[in-house]
Design a binder for this molecule. Structure first.
Ligand SMILES: Nc1nc2c(ncn2[C@@H]2O[C@H](COP(=O)(O)OP(=O)(O)OP(=O)(O)O)[C@@H](O)[C@H]2O)c(=O)[nH]1
Ligand SMILES: [Mg+2]
Length: 360
């Protein structure tokens, strides 16, 4: 997970360290020059009285030049200025862009880094790379937590007032929608809730069979119509079934692809109008990078989403989609899909994500 981004961050760290090393060498040279100048000035100083000289020697212990230089380096602090950041931030911006972090998010990160680091005191010996990476982590956590939402808490509360709860899943084809519905169904059942699935992707015949297979494996009821049927009617039937049987949740699949994008959006709008979902989950795959982020924006604008589940994090070397998608849509990430098994669903946690990006 995130191998590419981790490697890039490692090489960024190295580069900044090299720049710093060069500067420290230059700094020592400057100190040597200062020392030389002091010596020359001293030679021209008038001779002091013998007694005074002895006195001053007694007060000050003799320190060698080498110790003096290292003492100065240890003591001295450097103020991080804009020029220093301009030297290293473009490299970091490039790494983030290459790692599929959306442009507007990179801009935000970069300007926050500047704002928080310019003027910061750095002791000599303290690594600039450490300071920048630490601040980057703080900024990322901040960005990731902006739309924080506890899905379990929502579930526990919503069910107190309404039954069945209607959750629909939207997103383009092949991103993991059907698998994620099965994962979430299992998660809800593990917590003692009852679930019915609705085969709302009627555009592709195979989609109904696929969801049916999951339903059989999980032992949950599936409501389906024939391929080509109206998905709003399928979901409506599932709601009626759930209501009559006292089932807690209806999880509805929808098509990810139709003849045109307009057909797809029209269909989703109709589903929303007819079945009035309590929660609309956008599903996309983390490996799609900026495409996934743009699709999230499009679905949110066109039909409205309440949150995102990002799948295939286990196969994503970059991680930028996870960093960007909530920022761009202003809606929370609910879960990460991290494999093909039913339990490969991780509840969103910014620390969990950051550990995977910055940890060993
Ligand atoms: N590695 C990995 N694979 C996943 C994950 N989620 C889903 N998949 C796989 O992605 C493929 C597509 O998943 P589906 O659930 O069929 O996706 P869909 O969006 O329903 O696709 P269509 O119905 O074809 O539009 C399957 O092979 C899944 O096993 C995940 O988190 N990690
Ligand atoms: Mg599907």
């Amino acid at each position: 997970m995130f191998k590419f981004l981790k490697e890039k961050l490692k090489s960024f760290r190295k580069k900044v360290e090299e720049i710093e090393k060069k500067e420290e060498v230059k700094h020592i040279e400057e100190l040597k020059e200062e020392k030389k100048e002091v010596k020359e000035v001293k030679l021209e100083e008038p001779k002091i009285k013998k007694e005074e000289k002895v006195d001053s020697l007694e007060k000050k212990p003799k320190i060698g030049f080498k110790e003096k230089v290292s003492a100065l380096i240890l003591k001295r602090e450097v103020i991080i200025d804009e020029g220093k950041l301009d030297e290293i931030l473009p490299e970091l911006e490039m790494i983030l862009l290459e790692s599929d972090v959306a442009f507007e998010v990179v801009e935000e990160i970069s300007s926050l880094l500047k704002e928080r680091l310019v003027g910061r005191r750095k002791k000599i010996g303290e690594k600039l790379a450490d300071i920048v990476i630490e601040e980057l982590k703080i900024i990322l956590k901040d960005i990731l937590d902006r739309n924080k939402f506890d899905f379990d808490e929502y579930i526990n509360n919503v069910i107190k007032n309404k039954k069945p709860v209607n959750i629909i899943f939207v997103g383009v084809n092949g991103t993991g929608k059907t698998t994620t519905i099965a994962k979430l169904a299992k998660r809800l059942m593990d917590r003692g809730y009852s679930v019915v699935l609705a085969a709302g992707d009627t555009f592709r015949a195979g989609a109904i069979e696929q969801l049916e297979e999951h339903a059989n494996r999980l032992g949950v009821k599936l409501i389906k119509h024939k391929p080509g049927a109206d998905p709003a009617a399928v979901i409506y039937d599932a709601l009626m079934h759930a209501e009559s049987k006292g089932i807690d949740f209806v999880l509805s699949d929808t098509a990810g692809r139709m003849h045109t994008k307009k057909n797809l959006i029209d269909q989703l709008e109709k589903i929303k109008r007819v079945t009035e979902p309590d929660f609309t989950i956008f599903v996309d795959e983390s490996i799609a990078g900026n495409d996934a982020v743009e699709r999230a924006r499009m679905f949110n604008d066109a039909v409205g989403i309440d949150g995102t589940i990002l799948t295939k994090l286990d196969a994503d070397p970059k991680g930028g989609t996870a960093i960007s998608i909530s920022y761009v849509t202003n809606k929370p990430i609910l879960f990460f899909g991290v494999g093909q098994g039913y339990d490969d669903l991780v509840k969103f946690d910014s620390d969990w994500l950051l550990d995977r990006i910055f940890g060993q």
